[in-house]
Design a protein around this ligand. Structure first.
Ligand SMILES: [Zn+2]
Length: 158
């Protein structure tokens, strides 16, 4: 049980810029696709799985807000058009609960401090609380366990 964290999806303004430009930050074309895979297309704009038939795009994204040697660029799905985003920022994303994620803890310089897996997603709040209770931890990134793709950021509340 936690009331001490905030879930942050990708900034809608940044995603609007990418969509309008037709290129992601790494020069890849923004190509609109119709999702055919229920449960296999996690949307980082609103933190749920895309339904079959929804229009999505796949872009390269650099999740780390700070530069340095731990910077990684990876693929993320977003809606092809602006959506409502993720509004229940004090609650764990219901639409990703079934996913097993790894939580990577970073310090204020963007260096990895510790990594923990939330088994089955059920224990996610406990893992988040445990990592954020460490004073050296500044924020967390949730990532897919096998593919390693960035999912969302977790910061201290409110
Ligand atoms: Zn969305």
């Amino acid at each position: 049980m936690s009331t001490t964290f905030r879930i942050r999806a990708l900034d809608p303004g940044y995603l609007d810029t990418v969509r309008a430009r037709g290129k992601d930050d790494f020069g890849n074309d923004v190509v609109v696709m119709t999702n055919v895979d229920a449960g296999g297309t996690p949307l980082r704009c609103c933190l749920r799985e895309a339904a079959v038939g929804e229009k999505v795009v796949l872009i390269a994204h650099r999740a780390a807000p700070i530069g340095g040697p731990y910077v990684e660029v990876g693929p993320i799905f977003i809606h092809a058009e602006r959506c409502a985003g993720y509004e229940t920022t004090r609650s764990y994303p219901h639409g990703f609960r079934q996913r097993q994620l790894v939580f990577r803890a970073y310090d204020a310089r963007g260096r990895q401090v510790e990594n923990r897996i939330a088994e089955g997603g059920a224990a996610a709040e406990g893992v988040i609380d445990g990592l954020l209770s460490k004073p050296e931890v500044a924020y967390l990134h949730a990532r897919n366990v096998l593919a390693g793709c960035f999912m969302f950021t977790v910061e201290r509340g409110p």
